[in-house]
Design a protein around this ligand. Structure first.
Ligand code: BV8
Ligand code: ZN
Length: 235
C-alpha cells in the first residue's frame, strides 16, 4: 500500500443508500414544495422558527432511522489503517460517527446538536420527535436552533482551516457523493490538485469538479468506495 496522505470530502450522496434524501434530487414528497435552501437560512428561522423546526424535526426522524452503509464503514476503516487521513464532511446526519470514524471535520455542523439563540447553552438533543417545535433552551427558555451552518452563515473558522490544511497537504483527495456546488466546501479538493495531488471523484453523475479529477469512478459509493479501498490496499 503506497504511503499516501489522503483527505476525503463527503456529501449527501454518501448517505443516500442509508435512506437519507439528498438535497438536489428532490427531498421527500412532504417537502417538495419547499427547497432545503429556502428553509436552511437564518432569515427563514427568524421569520418562522416553527416551520423551520418542523423541517428539521422531520429530517431528524428520518436520520434517526438511518444506518451507516459500506461507504461510511470503509472510511472508518481507512482512518484506522492510514497514518495520514482526514475525513471532512458536509453532512449533518451523524452517520460517519456511527460507523466508527473518530476524527471528523463537520463543515456544516451536526443535526443532533442544538444551541441557544440567547445564552451560551449548547448540547446534544436526540429526542425524536421533538416534544415541542420550536424547542426551548433548558437554561433560559429562549429559542433553540440546530447547531448547523445555514446558507449565508459562515463556517467555523478553525474547522475550515483544518480542512484546508488537510487538502493542501494531501497526495490524494477523495470526493464522495458531493455535487460540488456549495462553497466554500466545494473548493477544498482543488487545494489538493493545485499542489500536484490527485482528485478521485466517486459519484453517480459528473459534477462541476469532474474536469479537475484525475479519476472519476461512476457508480453508487456504497459499492465503488469499498472496491477502491480493497484495490488500494493491494497496490
Ligand atoms: C458562506 C446544513 C460565507 C444545512 C448546508 C453564489 C455562488 C457561490 C456561492 C454562493 C452563491 N450564493 C451564495 C453562496 C454561498 C453559499 C453557496 O455556496 N450557495 C450555493 C447553493 C450556490 N454558501 C454558503 O452560504 C455557506 N456560507 O458562504 O459563508 C458568506 C457569509 C455571508 C454571505 C456570503 C458568504 C454555507 C453553506 C452551508 C449551507 N448548509 N447544510 C442543512 O443541511 O439543512 S449545505 C448542504 O447542501 C449540505 O451540507 C451540502 O453541503 C449541500 C448539499 O450538497 P451535497 O452534500 O453535495 O448534496 P447534493 O444533494 O447537492 O448532491 C448529492 C450528490 O450525491 C450528487 O452529486 C449526486 O449525484 C450524488 N449521489 C447521489 N447518490 C449517490 C451519489 N454519489 C455516490 N453514490 C450515491 N449512491
Ligand atoms: Zn439559553
Amino acid at each position: 500500500m503506497k504511503p499516501s496522505k489522503i483527505a476525503v470530502l463527503t456529501g449527501a450522496g454518501v448517505s443516500k443508500s442509508s435512506g437519507i434524501p439528498t438535497y438536489r434530487e428532490g427531498a421527500d414528497s412532504l417537502w417538495n414544495n419547499y427547497h432545503p435552501q429556502d428553509l436552511a437560512t437564518p432569515q427563514a428561522f427568524i421569520r418562522n422558527p416553527k416551520l423551520v423546526w418542523e423541517f428539521y424535526d422531520w429530517r431528524r426522524q428520518n436520520m434517526a432511522r438511518a444506518r451507516p452503509n459500506p461507504a461510511h464503514y470503509t472510511l472508518a476503516e481507512m482512518e484506522a489503517a492510514l497514518p495520514d487521513f482526514t475525513l471532512v464532511t458536509q453532512n449533518i446526519d451523524g452517520l460517519h460517527r456511527e460507523a466508527g470514524s473518530k476524527n471528523i471535520l463537520h463543515l456544516h455542523g451536526d443535526i443532533w446538536l442544538v444551541r441557544c439563540t440567547a445564552c451560551d447553552f449548547r448540547g446534544e438533543d436526540r429526542r425524536v420527535p421533538l416534544p415541542e417545535r420550536p424547542p426551548r433552551c433548558p437554561r433560559c427558555g429562549a429559542l433553540l436552533r440546530p447547531d448547523i451552518v445555514w446558507f449565508g452563515e459562515t463556517l467555523d473558522a478553525a474547522t475550515l482551516y483544518q480542512a484546508e490544511q488537510a487538502f493542501k497537504s494531501a497526495d490524494i483527495a477523495l470526493v464522495v457523493g458531493a455535487s460540488a456546488v456549495v462553497y466554500p466546501a466545494a473548493y477544498l479538493p482543488l487545494y489538493t490538485q493545485e499542489h500536484g495531488g490527485q482528485i478521485i471523484e466517486f459519484n453517480i453523475t459528473r459534477t462541476p469538479l469532474s474536469p479537475y479529477a484525475a479519476e472519476i469512478i461512476l457508480g453508487p459509493s456504497e459499492k465503488t468506495l469499498p472496491e477502491w479501498w480493497r484495490k488500494f490496499q493491494e497496490e
